[in-house]
Design a protein around this ligand. Sequence first.
Ligand SMILES: *Cc1c(COP(=O)(O)O)cnc(C)c1O
Length: 461
Amino acid sequence: MPDDEYTAVLARAAHHAREWLNSVSERPIAAAVTADEVAAALGTHLGADGRDPAVVVDELAEAIEPGLTAMSSPRFYGFVIGGIHPAALAADWLVSAWDQNTGSRIPTPGTAAVEELAARWLLDLFGLPATSGVGFVTGGTTANLSCLLAARGEVLRRAGWDVERDGLAGGPRVRFLAGDAVHSSMVLAGRMAGLGVPRTVGADDEGRIDVGGLGAALADDAGPAIVALQAGDVHSGAFDDFASAVEVAHAAGAWVHVDGAFGLWASASPSLRHLVAGFEAADSWATDAHKTLNVPYDSGVAIVRDERAMSAALGAHAAYLPVPGAVAEPYDHTPELSRRARGVPVWAALRSLGRAGVADLVDGLVASARALADGLAAVPGLEVLNDVVFTQVCVAAEDDERTSALVRGLVDDGVVWASPSRWRGRGIVRFSVSNRGTDAAEAARTIDAVERVLGELPPAR
Ligand SMILES: *Cc1c(COP(=O)(O)O)cnc(C)c1O
């Protein structure tokens, strides 16, 4: 065993990681160079001769750094991006060092055990059935896809069609329905699952599904159906009325899936759990650990009430794979066969936070979002458009032109980064509070920076 083959290179990696992490909260947030400039700095030609691994790591870190965005800054509010919990980061490094192909409990009992614990803890925190199948997938999109594949198999099985054996072609059509504010990830998952784009049934001003419209659409036709609901609208943060929507969908025999990429975490907080009331009656749920839980990429979680439907859709069978025993194998719950043990960093984050720590994390994000909304609403010329029930805040200036000037001004200023978007027919700046470091002080600093940048723009016409 070469005892020093990894020593120097890991020391360099740890050094660069520390330098980066220590710079993240104070450096200008946006990347300073383009992708082409990073490629040019690295040299685009693969030479014939190799290089020492430690030199490669130094070269990489130096060339890439100006091309990195400080996404884990406590004042980065773009998209929906979590920060990095230290226990999860360190566990993630170990997962790479251990290099376990976590497909089966038999050759990789260590990582399988840790993932099973993480799965059990997640179900417990969310208040979902303890017998549900849980898959550790790459993100919310693959979690949505995994759940839709289980849903598709089950609703077709009930209609007398075996999609796992015979495929979709020639079988009954599966209706796929969602509210008007359905996330693009859900649409993509539907396309990948062969369900096509969902038929939208309406939504209210905050993006909550129109339950009357859902009932009418389901009554329009018969046959297998899947309904996608939403915990946490990406603009407003709003939650569907699960109790009513699940009842209407189940009365029509539909499978109900909940896309809760960031919003499912409301269920882990006693003070926010009312937002998801009734969601536990659904059939499947998707969430991310790389958003609200602040686990590094990539980390999503697919949950299916009927574990057998999940295994039927996703399980693999081959002569060299162990015959599944009483407990499902990890490869029965994810679309991949070979994969890293991405449930291990989830376990580490949960272990480090504890039940109260998870609730405090979610409560803290929501408190900061409210503080941000209050502060921004008080800035002359700014308006908060959504009802801030969770972590999302949509802000607009007097007109679209000024709003986009504000977004650009913030990027150039470097202290705050938020996403441009359109909502309810208006250009907006969207703040998603998803980082464990975004406390009251960072929210106050954000409000100051926005007010200052707005003040530096040419006066409104
Ligand atoms: C982020 C998000 C997704 C997609 O998750 P990824 O991890 O980016 O694949 C799906 N739905 C909602 C509501 C999201 O916010």
